[in-house]
Design a protein around this ligand. Structure first.
Ligand SMILES: [Zn+2]
Length: 417
């Protein structure tokens, strides 16, 4: 996205009850607080009940994520401040911080020198260690090659890898995924926290690629395969969905509802509504490629006529643009933009979206295609929607799917997103 590249601290996504952005709070009542059960001496009778044990474990996992998320989205803070912001008791915070320190995820740091005139030794602050662990991220969507990166906890790229795929399909293409992962795991300077995969296709919550037609994959358990091969947790998601998550979490937009449209390997969209990814009942939310633009249009591979996919798919556009003059080129891309805009308008209206990004080759996406898509989508929507609706090219942000894969690991392993 070109305009609102506003890096910003962001409140954690409201999955499990998690902390909001640290902010001044009214004094909390002294009623029982979350985490007290962890600070209390274990009661043998209760602990012998497996269910109680499981609840205590859940609570510990939750509280650990709460402390990490508070630090990840805020700045370094003292244990007392962490207790106040998180709502956990001081002993619970101390125990969790000790645990996280042992894992290397947080460390004590000196407070800034000008942080107050109080006498005596100031409290040490607890800070997230951004480089303590590494994330290995893979993007299986680019044409011609799988890409990957080693990242720190903030998505900073520490190393990159790439494996050409040529004409590989099915098992042959699938074998290249652990090959690339192995290269990146070996390049990681620190412990690998987990592997995240952004792949084209329909992918379920267990990280099984149910269908990725252009790679010839059906029911490929990509996450489980990588977890088994490397002994670390692995997560996978649809590339466009993950790009949308990355736009949300890595400061590409200030919007909490947005849509990313990909035009390579078929046309698909990732939807974020109120800060949450919308996956749909069959994990196929955003499959907009075969919506009808023109009922009398050309016959599509799906059997219907005038679908969006053949009108804006990158490979089909390239075919149509071969040998075109500049005027013809602008005309073809504008026609594609009109088709996209027609499909975007009802979606933007239904969800009151302000931000729609288009991913694909820059020479196709930037210019007439996105400009006309925006004009058309605006023309087909009422002014309260259209006035703030922006359709932008994301083609220069090549790392978005990789950053989205990092989001999957950060969310799945640390609970900070
Ligand atoms: Zn179709």
């Amino acid at each position: 996205m070109k305009e609102p590249l506003v890096p910003q601290a962001r409140a954690p996504q409201p999955r499990a009850p998690q902390p909001r952005e640290p902010q001044p709070q009214a004094p909390r009542p002294q009623a029982p607080r979350r985490g007290d059960e962890l600070a209390a001496s274990p009661a043998p009778k209760r602990a012998s009940n497996p269910r109680t044990k499981a609840q205590a474990q859940d609570s510990r996992v939750h509280n650990r994520a709460l402390v990490l998320a508070t630090l990840y989205h805020g700045s370094a803070m003292s244990r007392a401040e962490l207790s106040r912001v998180s709502g956990l008791t001081a002993p619970t915070v101390s125990a969790l911080v000790a645990d996280l320190e042992a894992d290397g995820l947080v460390a004590d740091v000196e407070p800034p020198r000008d942080s107050g005139r109080r006498r005596g030794k100031p409290s040490m602050l607890v800070a997230i260690q951004d480089d303590a662990v590494n994330l290995v991220t893979l993007d299986l969507s680019p044409a011609g090659a799988f890409r990957g990166a080693v990242m720190n906890l903030r998505g900073k790229v520490l190393a990159r890898g790439r494996v050409p795929i040529g004409d590989a399909l099915g098992a042959q293409a699938a074998a290249l995924v652990p090959q690339l992962a192995a290269e990146l795991v070996a390049a990681a300077p620190g412990r690998v926290l987990g592997i995240g995969v952004a792949s084209p296709g329909i992918i379920d919550r267990q990280g099984v690629i149910r269908q990725a037609a252009h790679l010839g994959w059906n029911d490929l358990p990509v996450a489980a395969g990588l977890a088994d091969a490397f002994g670390v947790p692995a997560h996978a998601g649809n590339d466009v969905n993950l790009a949308a998550l990355a736009a949300l979490h890595f400061g590409r937009t200030t919007a909490q509802s947005l849509m990313v449209v990909g035009i390579e390997h078929g046309v698909g969209a990732g939807l974020i509504v109120d800060g949450k990814l919308v996956e749909g009942e069959q994990f196929a939310a955003g499959e907009i490629g075969h919506l009808t633009v023109d009922p009398d249009g050309e016959r599509c591979v799906c059997g219907r006529r005038g679908c969006l996919d053949p009108l804006i798919d990158a490979a089909r556009l390239k075919e149509r643009l071969a040998g075109a003059t500049a005027d013809e080129r602008a005309s073809v891309l504008s026609t594609a933009g009109v088709a996209l805009g027609r499909i975007l308008a009802p979606i933007a209206s239904a969800l009151n979206l302000n931000e729609i990004g288009v991913m694909g080759p820059a020479d196709l996406v930037e210019g007439p295609l996105t400009d006309t898509a925006q004009l058309t989508a605006r023309a087909y929507t009422l002014s309260p929607i259209s006035a703030s609706l922006h359709v932008r090219s994301l083609s220069s942000d090549l790392d978005l799917p990789l950053l989205g894969a990092a989001c999957k690991v950060l969310s799945g392993e640390l609970g900070v997103l």
